[in-house]
Ligand binder design. Sequence first.
Ligand code: ADP
Length: 492
Amino acid sequence: MPQAELLPEVTKFIESPKMVIGGKSVDAVSRDMFDVIDPATGRVLCEVPRGGVADIDVAVGAARQAHEERRWAGLRPGKRTEVLYKLGELVKRNISELAQLESIDSGKPVSIASGEMWAVGEVFRYYSGWPTKVFGETTPTDDNMFVYSLREPIGVCGGIIPWNFPMIMAAWKVAPALAFGNTIVLKPAEQTPLTAIRLGELCLEAGVPEGVVNVVTGFGQEAGQALAQHPDVDKIAFTGSTEVGRKVLHASEGNLKRVTLELGGKSPNIVFSDANMKRATRGSMHGVFLNSGQVCTAGTRILVEKSVHDDFVSALLDATASMKLGNPLEEETQMGPVISQEQMERVTGYIEIGRSEGAEVAVGGERASELGDGYFVQPTVFTGVRNDMRIAQEEIFGPVAAVIEVADVDEAIAVANDTIYGLAAAVWTSDVSKAHKVARGIKAGTVWVNTAGNVDPSVSFGGYKQSGFGRELGRHSLETYTQTKSVWVNLR
Ligand code: ADP
């Protein structure tokens, strides 16, 4: 694969990326490092510090000190607004650099990464409006009493995030934590530590005081677990697999920290016979293959009404076959590699499972080895899938769609809900009543009608069932990043 030009600031940054703790760029206490791999080539990009228990301890200490000294919460709300707004502007000003960094670290096409960086700027811009809008209330009780509530930060937050949208996930944790006056220790995924480090640096540049945002790079079972277990962390916001979410929940028991979990999905994408087929085809395709299918809300179960099944499948296969797979640094690339060798093996393993379960590979089905040593997997569509097959029940987290035929609305809702997950769903129909009926019937935290994959900082996001609990974004994060205190004043 041709080596695309890296921007000078990217080349410079990857020479020696360090953790950000207490406002300083630091190595791990142990001095250990680990390799960061470029998924498009399989080659080592750079090394980053291998933070562990000791580093989490130092970072939590820095975050605690910043919190107790009220370095951030004690600032005038308008000042915090200004800093968060500036942070959003800084992200937007550095889109080219950040997008390229994200692209080489995660394998996502640079054009998509650019859009994501813009969205990250928007997350900070949205949350910059919140510090001035956090109110307590007064409550009538006894005439001799004056009772009011204070809405206060929770304290030291931990953010543990995955590798599929590294910078967006970092923003989803850091922005609300800051907006509501908390301090935070962020642990990016070991596969994609780079943009989180840059975000830590940009926070300082924007004027976030030292120790308020700390970034510890390291492995899940080392740094991640230490953060989830730490007795001085008041809240953990986790995004990742359901399996690891369970571990985080157990680890948080010790000091009963607040926990929000945004976990896996196996989202239904339902195409009814009265849908606009062109839009449904394009939307379903992007819904499942965006980011090489490594999206927790990916519409991996494509439920199609029997009467349009064959026509829809043939349009979907054409659209899928025309996707441009290739070097993520090239502007026209639509789909890059999956994140790692391990993930590639997992995805191709699931493709084998699908075959052995009796489903048919209608397009794709192989590693795209013509693209070199990178971890490329062809976009793959299975037809003839039954909802009880493993490829319809288990989260693959790769470019694999399972097409399931359904008879009518009732069967569509029943099949859509026949899963342990409940993160999202998409419905394609031109019948308004049907759209709302299905939206109401589906057990998921998000339902898209005649669209798929939309998120916005002002719209709450989260899961039903084993897709997690707690809601992120929008006004719901006021609840998850603050706590209330009732104050009773005796007037006698
Ligand atoms: P995926 O399955 O998508 O790779 P994971 O759920 O494994 O995602 O990882 C999401 C995040 O959780 C990563 O930052 C990872 O390092 C972290 N992690 C993994 N194992 C643990 C653990 N036992 N405790 C805390 N964090 C963990």
